[in-house]
Design a protein around this ligand. Structure first.
Ligand code: ADP
Length: 227
């Protein structure tokens, strides 16, 4: 569950009220698009959810953690409950596809047996089993993002945050990326996807949260065209 209660974020530098009395609740298992023009506060919202920033006022809850009270020493454990997907993929260039996914499981001390089962499972989910031995530079942008999705999902996090995941991908392949995130969502993971691609949002529909000048300007469900 993700919840913001009366959240303000004020940046002293620049004297900017980036978020202003934001109240939100996203239940476990939801899929939500977060939209808004540049400067609306989307990145600031994501920084709150990953505890890169604390709110100036108000409270933030993510995956059962009260982030206002979270001690610094507990931040790494908290962050492991979130899978992140970025616009620029952020794969490790000198590791194979398989190793990129296995890496996140190794650093969290998962057993070898678990890793041997889990990595092929998530690579199959994103339909990249045949690329397991390839390096990121040998893949298209769309394929690299599919690896990043597999990596984000590998540790079975409660929440996946995708920050403009289709921003560097051919438009016709963007739909496939959202479909994969939808598949992962069907496994029970909450997915928040920040995007500025209105066509995608209209096509898939669902819950849309729109930020405008630091406030929630729209938070409702729209019908999609994907049948
Ligand atoms: P978005 O991601 O929707 O483009 P941001 O959250 O990045 O919006 O920014 C919201 C507002 O806060 C903007 O006016 C931006 O200039 C300002 N802002 C963002 N980060 C900082 C910062 N580190 N210092 C000062 N102002 C910032």
């Amino acid at each position: 569950m993700v919840e913001l209660k009366n959240v303000d974020v004020y940046y002293k530098e620049g004297d900017v009220e980036a978020l202003n009395d934001v109240n939100l609740r996203i239940n476990d298992g939801e899929f939500v698009f977060i939209v808004g023009s540049s400067g609306a506060g989307k990145s600031t919202l994501l920084k709150l959810l990953t505890r890169e920033r604390k709110p100036t006022n108000g409270r933030v809850f993510v995956n059962g953690y009260n982030l206002s009270k979270l001690r610094d020493g507990k931040i790494p454990k908290f962050r492991r409950s979130i899978g992140m997907i970025f616009q620029d993929f952020r794969l490790i260039p000198n590791l194979t596809v398989y190793e990129n996914v296995a890496f996140v499981l190794r650093v969290t001390d998962r057993s070898r047996r678990f890793i041997r089962q889990r990595v092929p499972y998530v690579l199959n989910l994103v339909r990249l089993s045949d690329k397991a031995r390839a390096y990121p530079s040998q893949l298209s942008g769309g394929e690299q993002q599919r690896v990043a999705i597999a990596r984000a999902f590998a540790s079975d996090p409660g929440l996946i945050i995708a920050d403009e995941p289709t921003g560097n991908i051919d438009p016709e392949l963007s739909y496939e990326i959202v479909e994969l995130l939808k598949d992962i969502n069907k496994c029970g993971t909450t997915v928040l996807m920040v995007t500025h691609e209105h066509d995608l949002v209209k096509y898939f529909g669902g819950r849309i949260i729109s930020l405008k000048k630091g406030s929630v300007d729209f938070d409702d469900y729209i019908g999609g065209n994907d049948g």
